[in-house]
Write a protein that binds this ligand. Sequence first.
Ligand SMILES: C[S@@+](CC[C@H](N)C(=O)[O-])C[C@H]1O[C@@H](n2cnc3c(N)ncnc32)[C@H](O)[C@@H]1O
Length: 411
Amino acid sequence: MPQQRPHSAPLGSATVAAPVFSSHFRGRPPRGRGRPPSKYAAASLFSGCGGLDYGAEQTGDVEVVWAVDSDEWAVRTYAENLGRHVWHADVTETEFPDVPCDILLAGPPCQDFSTLWNLDGARTERGNLFREVARFLDQRQPEAFVIENVPPLLTANRGEAWILVRHALRAPSQFLYSGLGPRYEISAEVVDFADLGVPQHRRRLVITGIRKDLGVLPGPIPRPFAGHHRTVGDALDREPIPPGAANHETGLDSDRVVERLKLIPAGSNYRFIPDGHPLAVRGLISHVYRRLDPDAPAYTIIANGGGGTHGYHHREPRRLSNREKARLQSFPDDFEFAGGQKGAYADVRRQIGNAVAPAGARIVVQALVDTLRAARVGGTAGHAIREAKRRVSGIQPDVGQETCALHRVSQ
Ligand SMILES: C[S@@+](CC[C@H](N)C(=O)[O-])C[C@H]1O[C@@H](n2cnc3c(N)ncnc32)[C@H](O)[C@@H]1O
């Protein structure tokens, strides 16, 4: 039987109240020799399946104590792979729990800033979800944050969106209600995650911030793989995926699509088929029926879209399996994704395409942690992290009960 979260109402119907932690302990350890080992406690808004959080935890210096997302399947995936400290809720209706938080991780939905959609950015409800990041910074005042988005955020609404978001991140209390509150030094960089060791070209805007009173600036993001990228061949061919691997369903394309793909060599797209050919298609973007190039990083793995946008294998005439997409996003093979009985391929595809590639997230977060440690900004004692996670997990709704089933589709 699914358990009900005592402090919550069903998703989207009412305010989700935060628990009150009477024994909350900030846990800042003493500085200098002999201090107890500590990690940076993180909270995660719009956590998705946990790509950013998984990468952050791979540093060994960060532990996520609480996360929230409104996508049921992403939350199930998160719970199975990272832990049950994730809540399935609409963040706009959620009171933030009183947990220790040194670093906020946030991946607000980026569709409205993406060139694949429109440039309505800040005006739309989804664009305004950035307000939730400001609300967290205002209330919980973490030492630092990492936010991922798409580069068009910088130019949406003729630059107005970025002016708003920058203000919200630098001075969240002033942005929200003209109040006094924490201020942040921020750094915004467009990074191709291929330069961070991800076998995929994926240009993303990474915004890091450090609370101004700490007197330290966020540093530049290192690019250790610039000039020697990992390729599709490295990711998919060196260690082939075993046929029965999780999320590795194939055979999802119609015969017509398979025949079309047979005409397109590796690295090419729909344009290779001459106009007038019975299998010719029209496309607006170069992604359409584009097959991978084994000697280069993949092109960007996207979360949804039909019409030849699934991503196509370089050797076999078929769309990529979700496991292959997960590899191109640098998820390990034992990171399994949950999806519904119907439409599981799409449920899983969405989570993978939305995720921050963990290998890149790890480098971004490590750079921030190194800056904090060099400035002797403490962290949170292990027992405080464990206690917070336990208490948050104790009140989350039940997730992960249904099994993930995939079915074959054709189109
Ligand atoms: C870009 S994805 C985040 C990806 C995540 N950072 C990762 O690395 O896997 C944006 C997420 O925001 C979630 N989301 C959108 N609106 C939301 C809301 N109102 N409350 C909570 N989550 C929301 C979506 O379900 C989606 O998982």
